[in-house]
Design a protein around this ligand. Structure first.
Ligand SMILES: NC(=O)CC[C@H](N)C(=O)O
Length: 304
């Protein structure tokens, strides 16, 4: 089946289901988005783009940026960072503090907030200006100057960061945080406030479908074996305490964000991004997950 036909069919079927959820409001600015928006973009390994709905509209990528920042420091992990962050599914909400105490300041994985804060800390140690480096990196792997920071979202989250600040101090208490908490938090919040469209997000995930090589940046972003590892982490941890269900229903490595986006890959075939702001109680987009479930159902293949 032609990819364009396929995603259009998925789009219309999901719309007919009239699925409902709730737009994230713990970051007040996110609550202002129009909840009815819905878009899908799929990018094949030649870079051909297929899109439907609001696929060109920029949205807040939030935690999807954790895949980009993890990639930026991944090479350090083999030697050092895996002593600071684990690679196990959390089975707990993305912002759980209890688990961090129980496990003595070593976050379960790099995609829950505690883990992503450790990654942001590592980026702060590595780069003089990590915020700019993150933007440059994502622009590079998308082949476009597509990244912007939504200042309202950034400031809104900064004002409501008590939980993440608490977590960062907690990590510090366990000697797992090297830099100034406020400085790292600013980097983390700014990566979460990045806005991109489904097209650009799918392009930025393309290297993960292509053994680590980005056709947009025209270079290897990570080694082939590290691309497989990042995909394994997305499959097991990308949807927090709903990762098992996502693997069961969709069967692709993917990452969600509370802006309602999901980026996913079918290795050696395509990368895909879906966006719809209404979330389920786990903080994952209701329509985006349904769309990906229908996509792999209709394709009759997934990772498995
Ligand atoms: N799951 C998410 O997308 C959470 C990201 C959000 N910026 C937070 O830290 O709470």
């Amino acid at each position: 089946m032609d990819y364009q036909e396929l995603i259009e069919e998925v789009y219309h079927e999901v719309n007919k289901l009239e699925l409902k959820g709730k737009v994230a409001d713990y970051i007040p600015e996110l609550a202002k988005v129009n909840p009815d928006q819905f878009g899908i973009a799929l990018v094949d390994l030649e870079g051909k783009v297929y899109g439907v709905g609001d696929y060109k509209t920029p949205f807040s990528i939030q935690s999807i940026s954790k895949v980009h920042t993890l990639t930026m420091v991944f090479h350090v992990f083999n030697s050092k960072l895996w002593t600071r962050v684990n690679v196990e599914p959390s089975g707990n909400p993305f912002n759980s503090i209890a688990q961090l105490e129980f496990e003595k300041g070593i976050p379960r994985n790099p995609f829950i907030n505690a883990g992503a804060l450790v990654i942001a800390d590592a980026l702060t140690s590595k780069f003089e200006d990590p915020k700019t480096q993150i933007i440059n990196f994502i622009n590079d792997i998308s082949g476009d100057k597509c990244v912007s920071i939504n200042e309202e979202v950034r400031i809104s989250e900064l004002k409501h960061s008590e939980r993440n600040i608490a977590m960062a101090y907690f990590l510090k208490a366990y000697d797992n945080f090297d830099n100034d908490v406020q400085e790292v938090l600013e980097t983390y919040v700014s990566q979460c406030a990045i806005e991109m469209s489904c097209v650009d997000l799918a392009k930025s995930f393309s290297f993960l479908a292509n053994d680590g090589y980005s056709i947009f940046a025209k270079r290897n972003i990570v080694t082939e074996s590290n691309a497989r590892r990042i995909n394994a982490l997305m499959l097991t941890c990308g949807f927090y305490d709903e990762s098992g269900e996502f693997a069961y229903r969709v069967g692709l490595p993917g990452k969600s964000g509370v802006g309602g986006g999901v980026g996913a890959v079918m290795p050696h075939k395509f990368s895909v991004a879906v966006w719809s702001p209404e979330l389920n109680e786990k903080g994952n987009s209701v329509k985006s997950i349904k769309a990906l479930e229908l996509l792999t159902d209709k394709l009759k293949f997934s990772l498995f």
